[in-house]
Design a protein around this ligand. Structure first.
Ligand code: FE2
Ligand code: FE2
Length: 310
């Protein structure tokens, strides 16, 4: 591999970071016709059982989808990303000899992520106040309990490596929501601006974690690479798979019985639907792992291919 050189994209962080340069995004008003989330991302709203109850119910489901998306962001940052960048900044990541500039930039990412978590939380409170739709149907994001379970399957000594690699995966994925919401003119301007602020910061984080992986991977032992490499597709799936428990919860909070919610989910979340196709959002992550030759290991390559991420 080429001699490893870290080139920081955080030199102008003071003038670029959302937390330093963007105003709090505040929703001032909404009407029953306001579209809070792209309906295509919530196939339940097109189900006949939902449609027959009228537009107010669909509106409510889209508000719930926004709450769940914002909560996902808050939990991801606080649970999975910020602890890792805090460890990197303090040189406690277990990765020896990280360049001082990478540790310095990890402080900036920690600050960015704390702001993303906070601003997502604050925005939710604002939408509750403006719409009158309570956020009490929000559930623990699917990724959080699956990641905890997956992590528990590793030896305690290997769990910090799982944390590092999940941070790399989640920070190099480009979710379609983060990419597309800022340009969706159906949505209220403050929603679009909030997500655009986040996406701009994530562009810098993406380069950082790609560089971090280029530093990390050759320094792992062969045994460590064989341990974590084949599990990377699972980490991708954990992040990107639709959260059907959250959809059920939004449906029951919107007046459907548990049985009706189950019917809606079964009918509208067809496994062949584009929302289950995780490969497009994972493209940059796959590239990052290719770049470090992770897929030269047969077990890792097979796992990527089996997950449709080859
Ligand atoms: Fe973030
Ligand atoms: Fe990030």
């Amino acid at each position: 591999m080429d001699p490893w050189i870290y080139s920081s994209r955080f030199g102008n962080w003071e003038n670029r970071a959302s937390v330093r340069n963007k105003p709090p995004r505040i929703l001032a008003e909404a009407s029953p016709a306001t579209v809070f989330f792209p309906p295509e991302a919530v196939p339940a709203v097109s189900d006949p059982l939902v449609a027959e109850r009228g537009p107010a119910v669909a509106h409510r489901l889209l508000v719930h989808a926004l709450y769940q998306y914002l909560h996902f962001t808050t939990v991801l940052e606080q649970v999975a990303v910020l602890p890792v960048t805090a460890n990197i900044s303090l040189d406690r990541s277990g990765v020896p000899g990280l360049p001082a500039a990478m540790r310095a930039d990890a402080f900036k990412i920690t600050t960015d992520e704390a702001w993303h978590a906070q601003s997502s939380h604050d925005f939710t409170e604002r939408v509750v106040a403006v719409t009158g739709v309570a956020a009490d149907a929000v559930v623990e994001p699917r990724f959080a309990h699956l990641l905890a379970r997956l992590r528990d399957g590793f030896d305690p000594a290997d769990r910090p490596l799982v944390d590092l690699v999940f941070a790399v995966v989640s920070e190099t994925l480009v979710s379609s929501l983060l990419a597309d919401l800022p340009f969706d003119r159906r949505l209220p301007e403050p929603v679009r601006a909030l997500v655009a602020d986040h996406a701009a910061d994530e562009g810098r984080h993406h380069s950082y974690f790609r560089a971090f992986l280029r530093y990390l991977w050759p320094r792992l032992t062969a045994a460590q690479r064989r341990l974590i490499g084949p599990r990377v597709p699972e980490l991708v799936e954990v992040f990107l798979h639709p959260d059907l428990a959250a959809v059920r919860s939004a449906l029951t909070a919107s007046g459907f019985t548990a049985a009706e919610a189950e019917t809606v989910v079964r009918r509208s979340y067809d496994r062949r639907s584009p929302i289950f196709d995780i490969a497009p959002a994972a493209r940059a992550t796959i590239r990052a792992f290719h770049e470090v030759d992770a897929l030269e290991d047969p077990a890792t390559r097979d796992a990527f291919l089996a997950a449709g991420l080859g």
